[in-house]
Design a protein around this ligand. Structure first.
Ligand code: SAM
Ligand code: SF4
Ligand code: SF4
Length: 386
């Protein structure tokens, strides 16, 4: 008798749905001038564009791409669906005219996208309406950084953020779930520093009971390194990671742990809309010791910061998401490939941003922590980037 195989169920995630088409009212309305002054329905400007260049990754961090879902049969986007570098740059130029000053490349793992340096070179040529270059950065798991740091710098990348969830090799291998050694990421960090891709930030997602014992070793390691270490609360992004509030370690607890051994002082926010709260090390008198590196905490779960959120996200296949927790995005690829003029796409971007009112993190407690975002089925972090 042959054993019958159980049918495989692929969870429904947002990007399998059709993208949001632009309502006629958005398409036919009169164009607002693209002078970098755009604000949304809550008065928030558009400053930060995160562009996902691939939905694939060589890691399987359980909080992002758990192996059970992201296995060899997972339906990743086919190549023809991805925006080309020319399409990305064309959109980026229009976003910049509307006020974007910072572009972050992300994914999936952005360094897996073939010839990413070519895209970086194109983006580095863009200028704001005031004639300034962009703050062009990239978030990476660091696995390919040792090999690529020099080429990225030469292409015009300003700086990198590297994700690193612990220094202990066994913990790190468990977190990435592909047995990748921590030494290779540390070598990537060194290469990025040597190439001048700074100030470098290191992001550590803290999962209580999994890697919270790595908080102090990480703080000690980076204290005098010139690297800004940031602790991120484990977020309820997507629908596949089995998020539970019990596994979230509030930033206040992270800070208390470090402060107990190495006293900290709060620092002012460097820019409006900044996601991280900044801390510095204290000297013997309790004042800020500027020779120590900075610590940041990103408290997306315990302290919502939607009020200043100036971030838009462009998915690998050209959908524009107005919130990390959105369930649908606006289909810009159809506009790009439908012979629309720059003016008409620029107009569409303005109309979309002007009606934005998203503030999921502020509503999380009223929606219930386990509820979906608006529309219920949230997109995955690996699809939209961090
Ligand atoms: N692969 C790259 C990396 O890991 O840096 C870029 C993409 S990754 C989706 C971007 C950031 O999102 C990483 O710093 C990662 O740690 C963070 N991230 C992913 N899932 C998360 C979650 N559930 N909660 C908090 N941060 C998360
Ligand atoms: Fe890959 Fe980054 Fe997600 Fe980890 S967090 S699985 S490295 S995309
Ligand atoms: Fe921005 Fe949405 Fe995050 Fe709030 S929940 S900070 S609106 S991305």
């Amino acid at each position: 008798m042959t054993e019958r195989s159980t049918p495989r169920i692929i969870p429904v995630v947002g990007h399998r749905e059709a993208g949001l088409a632009l309502p006629q009212s958005l398409r036919n309305a009169q164009s607002p001038a693209a002078a970098g002054l755009l604000t949304d329905a809550r008065g928030r400007p558009l400053r930060d564009l995160r562009i996902s260049v691939t939905d694939r990754c060589n890691f399987r961090c359980s909080y992002c791409m758990p192996k059970a879902t992201f296995d060899k049969d997972y339906p990743y986007l086919p190549h023809a669906s991805l925006l080309s570098f020319e399409e990305i740059t064309r959109l980026a130029r229009l976003f910049v005219q509307h006020g974007v000053q910072k572009i972050r490349l992300t994914g999936g793992e952005p360094l897996l996208r073939k010839n990413i340096e070519v895209l970086i070179e194109q983006l580095s040529g863009l200028r704001t309406p005031a004639g300034l270059p962009l703050d062009l950065t990239l978030t990476t798991n660091g696995s390919l950084l040792a090999r690529k740091a020099c080429a990225l710098k030469a292409a015009g990348l300003k700086r990198v953020t590297v994700s690193l969830d612990g220094l202990d090799d066994a913990v790190f291998r468990t977190m990435n779930d592909v047995d990748f050694p921590v030494a290779d990421v540390l070598a990537g960090l060194d290469a990025a520093q040597a190439a001048g891709l700074g100030p470098i930030k290191v992001n550590m997602v803290v999962k209580r009971g999994t890697n919270d014992h790595e908080i102090l070793p990480m703080a000690r390691h980076f204290k005098n390194s010139g690297v800004v270490l940031r602790f991120i609360e484990y977020m309820d992004v997507g629908v596949t990671n089995g998020w539970r509030m019990q596994e979230v370690m509030p930033s206040a607890e992270v800070i208390a742990r470090i402060h107990n051994e190495m006293p900290l002082v709060p620092l002012e926010a460097a820019a409006p809309g900044e996601t991280a709260q900044r801390w510095g090390y204290a000297d013997a008198r309790g004042n800020h010791d500027a020779t120590g590196s900075e610590i940041g905490v990103i408290s997306s779960v315990t302290q919502a910061f939607c009020g200043d959120c100036n971030r838009a996200r462009l998915s690998t296949e050209g959908r524009l998401y107005l919130c990390l927790f959105a369930s649908q995005g606006y289909d810009l690829k159809t506009l790009l490939r439908g012979a629309e003029s720059d003016a008409s796409i620029s107009d569409a971007l303005a109309r979309i941003w002007q009606q934005r009112s998203d503030r999921y993190s502020e509503l999380r407690s009223t929606l219930g922590a386990d509820a979906g975002g608006p529309g219920g089925r949230r997109i995955e972090m690996s699809y939209i980037g961090g």
